[in-house]
Design a protein around this ligand. Structure first.
Ligand code: SAM
Length: 252
């Protein structure tokens, strides 16, 4: 049982620590999102979505890529490997950063991982050429976070942000953190250019199938399976009240 306040860094530390040695979540990700076993995901970006991210970022070899709220680092490492970029991953969970640094020991990518916040990464101004933030901005979708994305990104740099938004922001049955996500308004408000918000339908279909399978798990298998099962029931209940969003922007 994780007694830390939901959504806090301590909560995520416990979440990540419980994942070590627990295979169910990873098995479902591999099966329904098409991810290879080495790619440690704690979100819902499918394998085919990684190509969308790489294409949108227009990376060049040697450029510096920030994976913000990187979790265990899997997506950032994969994107950096494909584009031969130098990766910096930031997350406020020390345990996530520790696991990401372990994963980065595999050869082929220059990567470092640091503890930092969505709204306060600790990186210098204009210090990255590209930025990805996968399924995480909903934890702090504030003006301060959008400003931070803009602050660290060099002029002309591209950023990809994936998340979910409420179809109706006044619908109180949708979790508040999702009702607060408005990528277009947040990114335009921070001064980004060419703000494009897509709705990737194929990603959403993979997600539904994953949650349907998780809802069939036996919660009696153990605490990690129960947590996954309960998350699936909650998510499916509100599934049609939210939409998947994928934003691409350029820094002025
Ligand atoms: C759903 S996971 C996604 C992780 C990773 N991007 C991925 O796709 O596998 C959300 C991540 O956001 C991080 N996070 C949540 N709130 C944060 C904050 N305020 N500052 C930095 N990281 C945060 C969590 O620690 C967690 O690693």
């Amino acid at each position: 049982m994780n007694a830390a306040p939901s959504g806090s860094a301590e909560y995520f530390d416990g979440w990540y620590a419980n994942m070590v040695g627990s295979t169910r979540r990873d098995e479902l990700k591999q099966r329904y999102l098409g991810l290879p076993a080495h790619l440690l995901s704690t979100s819902l970006l499918p394998w085919e979505g990684i190509a969308d991210v790489v294409g949108a970022l227009r990376l060049s070899p040697g450029c510096r890529l920030l994976d913000l709220a990187c979790g265990r680092g899997g997506y950032g490492l994969e994107v950096a490997r494909r584009a031969q970029a130098r990766l910096v991953g930031v997350d406020f969970s020390r345990e996530a950063v520790r696991q990401a640094a372990d994963a980065a020991r595999a050869p082929g990518v220059e990567a470092e991982f640091r503890v930092g916040e969505l709204s306060a990464t600790g990186l210098p101004d204009a210090s990255v050429d590209a930025l990805m933030c996968i399924d995480s901005i909903q934890f702090e979708a504030t003006e301060a976070t959008y400003r931070e994305l803009r602050r660290v990104l060099a002029a002309g740099g591209r950023s990809v942000i994936t998340s979910w938004e409420a179809l109706d922001r006044s619908d109180e049955s949708v979790p508040e953190r999702l009702r607060l996500v408005d990528l277009r308004a947040g990114l335009e408000g921070a001064g980004f250019l060419d703000v494009e918000v897509r709705e990737p339908k194929a990603w959403r279909a993979a997600e539904r199938n994953l949650w349907l399978a998780a809802a069939e798990l036996d919660p009696a298998e153990g605490p990690d399976v129960r947590s996954l099962h309960d998350e699936a029931i909650r998510t499916l209940e509100g599934f049609d009240r939210i939409r998947r969003v994928f934003a691409v922007v350029t820094a002025p």
